[in-house]
Structure formats: C-alpha cells, structure tokens
Design a protein around this ligand. Structure first.
Ligand code: GDP
Ligand code: K
Ligand code: MG
Length: 283
C-alpha cells in the first residue's frame, strides 16, 4: 500500500504524545496548524514495511466549536481525511474518555480504539473486556501501555488492516436523543441529505446535531451554502429549543450530552468493566 495517514486523537493526558514518540522516535516535526497557535506534531515510521504518516492531534474532551483545539481536531479529521483515527483512551477513566469516542463514531471517521494505561487500570483493580467493548462500539479495540510500548505492535497491525479495508469508512453511529429531539433530528437530517448540504464534509445527522447545539462554525457554513435552507433549519432548531426551554428549562446541548453519557453508561453496564475490591489498600 502507498503511505497511509493516521491521526492520534483523544482526551488530554490519555497518552497520545507518549504513543506518538514511541512510534516516530526522531522522525518527527513540530509546527503549527494554519492560522492558529495550536502545535502540530507530525512524524513518519514504518510498520512491517508499511510507511505511515502520523499526526498527533490536540487533546480534547469534545468536538464542539467552543475551543480552538476542538475546531482544529475536527477540521483536521474532515478536511484531511486520515485513513485511520487512533482514539487514545485512558482505560482508568473509560466512561469520561468514551464521550469523545461516541462523537468520533457520529462523525463517521474510521476508528481504532487504543485502550491505553491498562497498567494503571489494572493497579486499581479495573479489568476491561476489550472484546465486548469492541463488539458494542463496533470498532477494533487494542489494549496498550504507551509508556512501555506493550501492545503497540498489535495496535499497528490493526491500524494497517483497517486502512486496507475501505468498508470501515463512514458508517456513522446512530444514537437516540429522546422523544423531544429525535423527530426534529430526523426531519433536519432529511432536509440536509436531500439538498446535499455540507455532505462532502459531514454525515447529515451530524450536521443536524451541530445545528441543534448552536454550533457557530456549522451555522456559518450552512448560511454560505444556502440562506433559505439555513433559515428553514434554524427555524426547526429554534422551535424545539423554545419548547425545551419552556417544558424542561434546558437547551438541546444538555439533552444531547445526557443521551451520549446514557449510551456510554448502558454500554459499560453490559459487563465491559469489572472492578475488584483491593482490601489490602483500603485498610
Ligand atoms: P497526551 O496529553 O495525550 O499527549 O498524554 P501524554 O502522552 O503527555 O501522557 C500523559 C501522562 O501519562 C504522561 O506522564 C505519560 O508518561 C503517562 N502515560 C502515557 N501512557 C501511559 C501508560 O500506558 N501507562 C502509564 N502508567 N502512564 C502513561
Ligand atoms: K499533556
Ligand atoms: Mg500530548
């Protein structure tokens, strides 16, 4: 295969840079993303003869338009289309880290989960069933210890396999957002899909969610593409927002976040995580 391009993404302190350094050694270059002062680290390495170009993305907890790091990360993913996104997840903080994972799934990027810091999780008595987690998320999960390099070879075997498999791309996850939002999301998604609004960049359902989250960057792009459709979509968003404000005193963002956490909680409850009581450390 010609060179493949991968991105390391994940929460701050999940171990992205440790993994990046392990992979690239001295073959790395530090610059900035165009127009912003966010550091961009890129590097090259070979895995079993396959040349790989790797970018260490800024750490983020979400993919909103509220911070420059989050904008840089998502613009890179939709603009540069890496062959594989390696989501570096802190195994000792699984629930919080998966909040970003869910958003990658909704964005429909080709994902491999690097379940990092399994040594830390283990020392806290946490065991994670990676097979089960993989099955429930629908993406490969590979346990690693970035600091020692354990598991990194298996991770790269998986990354190369996913890059070779075009089927892995663009099957965005379908989370439910409850009786208030689901109907309007369906309606907006249909309008966006029918008129192919920003569909070269985002899955229609993702764009609909961003409009409901009042995402300035996406709203601007839609206005530029079609002012009448922007009006129509904003109207739908404003109507449901007013209703939610009146009945529950919340904004759609809060409902969306609640449902993402609900999805993760129910997933983790299905036997993914086992906790062992360490009586030796309690007393
Ligand atoms: P980043 O913010 O995602 O780039 O995270 P870093 O690579 O800077 O890692 C954050 C901290 O976690 C550093 O102190 C690393 O040495 C440590 N770290 C990274 N991976 C592991 C691991 O697998 N096990 C342990 N115990 N520590 C790790
Ligand atoms: K850091
Ligand atoms: Mg880092």
């Amino acid at each position: 295969m010609p060179e493949i391009k991968i991105a390391l993404a994940g929460n701050p302190n999940a171990g992205k840079t440790t993994l990046f350094n392990h992979l690239t050694g001295a073959r790395q270059h530090v610059g900035n993303y165009p127009g912003v002062t966010v550091e961009k680290k890129e590097g090259f390495f070979q895995h079993k003869g396959q040349e790989i170009h790797v970018v260490d993305l800024p750490g983020t907890y979400s993919l909103t338009a509220y911070s420059v790091e989050e904008l840089v990360a998502r613009d890179f993913l939709v603009g540069e289309r890496p062959d594989v996104v390696v989501d570096v997840v802190d195994a000792s903080n699984l629930e919080r880290n998966l909040y970003l994972t869910v958003q990658f799934l909704e964005l429909g990027v080709p994902l491999v989960l690097a379940l990092n810091m399994v040594d830390v999780a283990r020392s806290r008595g946490i065991t994670i069933d990676t097979g089960k987690l993989s099955q429930l998320l629908g993406v490969p999960v590979v346990p690693i210890i970035a600091r020692s390099g354990e598991g990194v070879e298996q991770l790269m075997d998986t990354v190369v396999a996913v890059a070779a498999d075009n089927k892995a791309t663009l099957s965005p996850a379908l989370l439910r957002y409850g009786p208030d939002l689901d109907p309007v999301i369906t309606k907006m998604t249909a309008i966006i899909g029918e008129h192919q609004l920003l569909t070269d960049l985002y899955p229609p359902r993702w764009t609909a969610l961003k409009i409901l989250e009042d995402d300035d960057q996406i709203l601007d792009k839609i206005r530029k593409a079609s002012p009448p459709l922007a009006d129509e979509l904003l109207q739908l968003s404003q109507t449901v927002t007013a209703h939610l404000q009146q009945t529950l005193d919340v904004y759609p963002e809060a409902i969306i976040a609640d449902h993402r956490y609900g999805f993760i909680k129910s997933l983790l409850r299905q036997g993914v995580v086992t906790r062992q009581f360490r009586t030796d450390r309690l007393y």
